[in-house]
Design a protein around this ligand. Structure first.
Ligand code: GDP
Length: 294
């Protein structure tokens, strides 16, 4: 890990200049098609450089990739002004999320104007993406009636922008309805600290509709967050939270690598498994004994 740390420190003065945009949605919500369209808009119409990183936690059931192995973002992937990480890092979330944070900084130092971080809507990974980006965009599919049931309320509440995808063809009307339903639901959430009210848009990556509007919303959010000081505050909080996370996992790892500690831990684990001691007091004991050694 040491060379990585040195590299990150060396590039740190060149970081911080990109927009960090998180994109999430359930498998099939249209993430890769939308990022492809949005990215091409940025590269072609605005002359920007775009990077796309993915957090692809393995499926807890199959162990397989949740973002899919098919060729994703076909146009952007071959665009010289864009970098699409070819095979998304995957594995348990705790392993891939820190790598993605490092990759964001490297992309910024390399001069990318926008870094998209994409993930699937399956819980923890969305929270991880929210915690490493400036603007969190939630993609939603218009469903049959129970729009608000499918997505966890907590995730909707974290969103800075909502987009109802695939608003075209036979789905156009359902998308418009979903948009007004969500817009109504958003009113019920307590206002954000900086009084940003998340817009709800409709997009069709297929027809190229709503793409410019979605980007305009990202820029409006950025302007708002910069003016309120929220963007810098959020980045500071994120950097400190990242450090704390590394300290906690690093301490845990260092501890179990200590000779003697593994045996103590194994002993307590056996007694916990046999219900001879509660998990709580076993943990307290292990911590107490380890600290005394140090
Ligand atoms: P992801 O799993 O969230 O990355 O979703 P994909 O981008 O792979 O899209 C899933 C499916 O929806 C694909 O078959 C796409 O062709 C289709 N799709 C994506 N965007 C649109 C859209 O704007 N309109 C329509 N009608 N289909 C779309």
């Amino acid at each position: 890990a040491q060379p990585a740390a040195e590299l990150l420190d060396a590039v740190l003065p060149q970081t911080g200049k990109a927009r960090r945009v998180g994109i999430t949605g359930v498998p099939g919500a249209g993430k890769s098609t939308l990022i492809d369209a949005l990215g091409m808009h940025l590269v072609r119409d605005r002359g920007e450089r775009v990077a796309v990183l993915s957090i692809d936690p393995s499926s807890p059931v199959s162990g397989g990739s949740l973002l899919g192995d098919k060729t994703r973002m076909a146009r952007l992937a071959v665009e010289p002004m864009a970098f699409v990480r070819p095979s998304p890092a995957r594995g348990p979330l705790g392993g891939v999320a820190p790598r993605t944070r490092e990759a964001i900084l490297l992309c910024e130092a390399a001069g990318f104007d926008t870094v998209f971080v994409e993930t699937v809507g399956v819980g923890q990974s969305e929270i991880a993406v929210r915690q490493m980006t400036d603007c969190f965009v939630l993609l939603l599919l218009a469903g049959a009636g129970d729009e608000l049931q499918g997505v966890k309320r907590g995730i909707v509440e974290m969103a800075d922008i909502l987009a109802i995808t695939k608003a075209d063809g036979a789905n156009r009307e359902a998308a418009a309805r979903a948009r007004s339903d969500y817009a109504g639901a958003m009113q019920l959430f307590p206002p954000a600290e900086d009084r940003w009210s998340p817009p709800v848009l409709t997009t069709s990556a297929l027809e190229g509709e709503g793409i410019h509007e979605l980007w305009a919303a990202v820029l409006a959010h950025q302007t708002h967050a910069e003016a309120s000081g929220r963007r810098l505050a959020r980045r500071r909080e994120q950097a400190v939270a990242w450090m704390r996370e590394l300290v906690t996992t690093g301490l845990g790892r260092a501890l179990t690598a200590e000779p003697g500690v593994a045996a103590v831990v194994a002993d307590y684990e056996t007694r916990v498994a046999e219900f001879k001691i509660s998990a709580v007091s076993a943990a307290n004991e292990v911590i107490r004994r380890c600290l005394r050694r140090g």
